[in-house]
Design a protein around this ligand. Structure first.
Ligand SMILES: Nc1ncnc2c1ncn2[C@@H]1O[C@H](COP(=O)(O)OP(=O)(O)O)[C@@H](O)[C@H]1O
Ligand SMILES: [Mg+2]
Length: 230
């Protein structure tokens, strides 16, 4: 199997320095392996660390100990050891991430936000692909030149998804991608996830309901199993 992700004995806690140094243990000794074409759902109650795990894999959060190995150009890179420069290269080539909420620079148009990851194709082709994605996700064309900062939650989430899927990477991290969507758009997004998997991507996702989870994933990693008894 073409493994892309291998997590060994990963531990995560937060220390709240501004609140008396309170320590929150999130998970410990987490192990997970993921191959291309495979889709695993991260499950567990709210606050179990699902979003934190995705952020660690994307290199936005630090971990306490353990390894997060991502395959890059036939070598395993350990995310916690990567320099910022290596992390940028790794993200560009290997890791797509759709965060729970869209965070964008004000005044950049929706079309530019979606086209940005694929500008290497040339501006025209990048905008063409971005437009196709926005159309598929039912973002009306009269909004494409506007910044999404004033869009509804569901519209922002669809812009976020369009950007995350503009370039299909070998590893896709999805944090509740369908949470604020209506039934029609949810179905579109679930189709897009399955298409990416069939093209060979490995999908690690958090889904807010069981129906969505079952439509796109074949296995489950329940974080409640990696929480130490308090
Ligand atoms: N940046 C942060 N600083 C401090 N604590 C955090 C931070 N991010 C998450 N946490 C805490 O870590 C725990 C797990 O959060 P999260 O990963 O968002 O859970 P989930 O996505 O499963 O709901 C929660 O108790 C949360 O309060
Ligand atoms: Mg979360």
């Amino acid at each position: 199997m073409n493994q892309i992700l291998r997590i060994n004995d990963l531990c995560k806690s937060f220390v709240l320095h501004t609140q008396g140094g309170t320590k929150i243990d999130v998970f410990s000794d987490l192990n997970l392996e993921l191959s291309g074409g495979e889709a695993i759902a991260i499950t567990g109650p709210s606050g179990m660390g699902k979003s934190s795990l995705l952020k660690i894999i994307y290199g936005s959060y630090k971990s306490d100990s353990g390894e997060v190995l991502v395959k890059h150009q036939d070598e395993w890179c350990n995310i916690p050891d990567c320099s910022p420069r290596e992390m940028i290269a790794l993200r560009e080539a290997e890791i797509g991430y759709v965060s729970q909420f869209l965070r964008v620079i004000p005044r950049v148009s929706t079309l530019d936000i979606v086209a940005e990851p694929i500008l290497h194709l040339g501006k025209l082709d990048a905008e063409k692909r971005a437009g196709e994605l926005l159309e598929r996700l039912n973002i009306p064309q009269n909004l494409w030149q506007l910044s999404p900062t004033t869009f509804s939650g569901g519209e922002q989430q669809r812009v976020n998804i369009a950007r995350g899927f503009a370039k299909i990477r070998p590893l896709l991290l999805l944090d509740e991608p369908t949470a604020s969507l209506d039934a029609i758009n949810r179905a579109v997004v679930l189709d897009m996830i399955n298409e990416a998997r069939l093209e060979g991507s490995a999908i690690l996702g958090v889904y807010h309901n069981i129906e969505d989870r079952e439509k796109v994933s074949s296995g489950e990693c329940n974080l409640a199993n990696f929480r130490e008894a308090a």
